[in-house]
Design a protein around this ligand. Structure first.
Ligand code: MLC
Ligand code: AMP
Length: 470
């Protein structure tokens, strides 16, 4: 799966994560030790801090054919309990949260063991990635080794990504973007990696000195770079700048063209599908458009009745995809899995899009207001509402994603308190912290608005469009 790393086709490239550098040989040696230590293990949880230890843990598990559950390092109580109970890992690999009841298998970045190739079924699960839905707790997305390999090869082809490239980014290591594309990508093609530790303009600019040729970022990071000309200018020598995980605003695309001399390449995907649509390195780069289906993937548009919507560059339809990069279903959720596919075998993305006659896609938005994308993170409104309703002061609540120039969407919680007297800034701060402690930092509302009532329709359902002023 990590072809270049495992095959010896490694050249002189190195992997740097938050200031720690390993040659390919050293990384393979440390990961081989992890693989040896995992004999007899089926599934591990990895507390995915942005550190070399995370990379060695994930690579070691993959070499051993062991399934990885990446866990956000700031996971709160409820989220952590849910992920562990749902995925039942055998142990933590590397760091573990304080007070954990699971056994811990240590990871030593300095260890070196001889690499012994193991035959692993390509259909075996590589990752159980937890991701939010519109309601309920996050679901575990089962991604096979075959799908990961197909997704990476398709992107390597689309972007002419080779062992000559050095990829730079500062993304979290528990999602598709930062972990699968951003760590496994270089190790499959044989290229270098500089994980800059954080998604700040200064850190991104610093990677130029380390020889970076490609940069990956979510739109929030690109917009912050567009407002930091001195740092953006450092990316002038890039071969390719890539944006994904949310829509890149057109003015940001244009400003970055002025500052860096590059037109950012956009691509589109999901935890469930990996990257299905991408602007090719040699393709048309147009602000607001995310490119064409990658090799092995097909897309189509359907209307509400399931009938075809023309690919005429104007008609908006529900985007459905199928192909080699798709997941195998949600862990323990046969009903949710079945609902995600159409009767004729296409995955319903939940996004609405336009497709041009030449095959280029423009993502128009999401079908549901209950899936929020904030700073590139996918967040379920229902998950936050359930936590808020668990707070004794909250009688009713509704969470929405309001447009935000920096974050794409910002989480706003509308709250009706049990006792009107308690409403105010102190309770707002308490509720924000409460969500952070139960779920994770990026799921905290940016604003808590206290209201007397929530707008509801005659069925009693909250009218979120009214909360959004639509
Ligand atoms: C945040 N802060 C809050 C808050 N929310 N404070 C109070 N209340 C709240 N509700 C604090 C933070 O703790 C931080 O404080 C400060 O505000 C700034 O927070 P921020 O605005 O969130 O910025 P930052 O921490 O700098 O992070 C921005 C970012 C990060 C863009 C670098 O969000 C990020 O890495 N996003 C990427 C997500 C991602 O990888 N998605 C991919 C999904 S996979 P302090 O004190 O800490 O500074 C996928 C598939 C695909 O989508 O297509 O790729
Ligand atoms: P996640 O599961 O975190 O990967 O989130 C997937 C969702 O992110 C998709 O369903 C889209 O709504 C959104 N998304 C990803 N890439 C893009 C993009 N380039 N433009 C617009 N939305 C995107």
């Amino acid at each position: 799966m990590l072809t270049a790393l495992e095959s010896g086709r490694r050249g002189t490239q190195q992997v740097t994560v938050a200031g720690t550098t390993l040659t390919y040989d050293a990384l393979l040696g440390a990961a081989a030790q992890v693989a040896d230590d995992l004999r007899g293990t089926c599934r591990v949880a990895v507390l995915a801090t942005p550190a070399m230890e995370t990379v060695v843990a994930v690579v070691g598990a993959l070499l051993a054919g062991v399934e990885v559950v990446p866990v956000p390092p700031d996971s709160g109580r409820a989220e952590l309990d849910h992920v562990l109970a749902d995925s039942s890992p055998d142990c933590w690999l590397g760091r573990a949260p304080a007070g954990t009841a699971l056994p811990v298998t240590e990871v030593d970045v300095a260890a070196r063991s001889a690499y012994r190739p193991r035959e692993v079924d390509p259909g075996r699960t590589a990752f159980v990635l937890y991701t939010s839905g519109t309601t309920g707790l996050p679901k575990g997305v089962l991604l096979s080794r075959r799908a990961v390999a197909a997704g990476l090869d398709a992107l390597a082809e689309a972007w002419a990504w080779t062992g000559e490239d050095v990829l730079a980014h500062g993304l979290p290591l528990f999602h598709v973007h930062g972990l699968i594309l951003g760590v496994l990508g270089p190790l499959r093609v044989g290229g270098g990696l500089v994980h800059v530790g954080a998604g700040t303009p200064a850190a991104y600019a610093g990677a130029a000195e380390a020889g970076a040729t490609m940069w990956f970022a979510v739109p929030t990071i690109w917009s912050r770079l567009a407002e930091a000309p001195e740092h953006a200018a450092a990316l002038r020598g890039a071969r390719l700048l890539v944006s994904g995980s949310a829509a890149l605003p057109v003015p940001v695309f244009e400003r970055l063209r002025e500052l860096t001399g590059h037109e950012v390449v956009e691509r589109y995907g999901m935890s469930e599908t990996l990257i299905t649509v991408a602007t090719r390195a040699d393709g048309v780069r147009q602000a607001g458009w995310v490119g064409v289906p990658v090799a092995g993937v097909e897309t189509r548009l359907r209307d509400e009745a399931g009938d075809p919507v023309p690919h005429d560059g104007e008609s908006v339809g529900r985007l459905e995809v199928r192909g080699a990069t798709l997941f195998d279903g949600y862990l323990h959720r046969p009903e949710a899995t079945a609902e995600a596919w159409t009767a004729d075998g296409w995955f319903r993305t939940g996004d609405v899009a336009v497709v041009a006659p030449d095959g280029r896609h423009r993502i128009v938005g999401r079908e549901s207001v209950d899936l929020i994308k904030s700073a590139g993170y996918r967040i379920g409104a229902g998950e936050i509402e359930a936590v808020l309703l668990g707070h004794p002061a909250v009688a009713e609540c509704a969470v929405v994603g309001e447009p935000d120039a920096d974050l794409g969407q910002r989480i706003v919680a509308h709250v009706v308190t049990r006792d009107a007297e308690t409403a105010g800034p102190a309770l707002g701060a308490e509720l924000t912290a409460y969500v952070g402690a139960e779920l994770s930092a990026h799921k905290r509302p940016r604003e808590v608005r206290f209201v007397r009532t929530l707008p509801r329709n005659e069925m009693g359902k909250v009218q979120k469009s009214r909360l959004l002023g639509r």
